[in-house]
Design a protein. Structure first.
Length: 195
């Protein structure tokens, strides 16, 4: 189904259909983000009010809206997983307003985990290292960042989409039944390095 997360009616329609077709829900994967291209380069202080609101609405608020819909359908417990990036906790050149959006997203994970825990609904984030994809090829300097990870990260390589998917499957499964409110780094160990 189409789900423009900026449109509350579309979000509600998705959960109404899930209710009708499946009756309940076990897992929700939140895997989307957007900032204006112009806001992913240059001076962070140039970010406009509108650009800031757009990035935070789509990339961070959307998890709150989707979790609200999922909460009422996860009647036998459940798992919510979102995708985040190191730029939400440390300064990554040019990540700019997306870093602020990811910081908000990661705090959403903790507040939602606290609220939904009594319903046995777990909420976690995966902080993936940079990956060459169609979306990331739109990001200037992505190849330099990938080479930097290959030089510095303990595993001396970037992660694959399969590795991110496998970690997501873990967080969706009962193997992770005691884990909620966490950010799991799937980044070849990059973030432990200080020099
Ligand atoms: O979260 C992201 C990028 C998400 C993203 C990508 C685009 C490209 C096209 C959000 N909005 C847009 N808007 C567009 O118009 N990443 C983790 C990948 C990424 O993006 C960067 C990075 C990395 C890593 C931007 C600057 C610096 C590093």
């Amino acid at each position: 189904m189409p789900c423009n997360v900026q449109d509350e009616a579309q979000v509600e329609a998705v959960f109404e259909t899930i209710q009708k077709e499946w009756g309940r829900l076990d897992i929700l994967i939140h895997c989307l983000a957007f900032a204006n291209r112009d806001d992913l380069t240059g001076d962070f202080s140039s970010t406009s009010r509108a650009g800031f609101q757009l990035a935070l609405d789509i990339s961070a608020y959307s998890l709150v809206a989707l979790a609200r819909g999922a909460k009422s359908l996860m009647t036998e417990g459940g798992s919510i997983v979102t995708l985040t990036y190191l730029g939400g906790v440390r300064v990554v050149p040019n990540y700019n307003v997306m870093g602020i959006a990811k910081a908000a997203l990661e705090m959403n994970v903790r507040y939602l985990a606290a609220e939904l825990g009594p319903n046995n609904i777990r909420v976690n984030g995966i902080s993936a290292g940079p990956i060459r994809t169609l979306a990331s090829s739109a990001v200037g300097g992505i190849l330099d960042m990938i080479h930097h990870v290959e030089d510095i990260a303990p595993l001396r390589r970037t992660v694959t989409q399969t590795e991110v998917g496998n970690a997501t499957a873990f967080l969706c499964s009962d193997l992770s039944s005691g884990i909620t409110g966490q950010i799991l780094y799937v980044d070849s160990g990059y973030c432990i390095m200080g020099m």
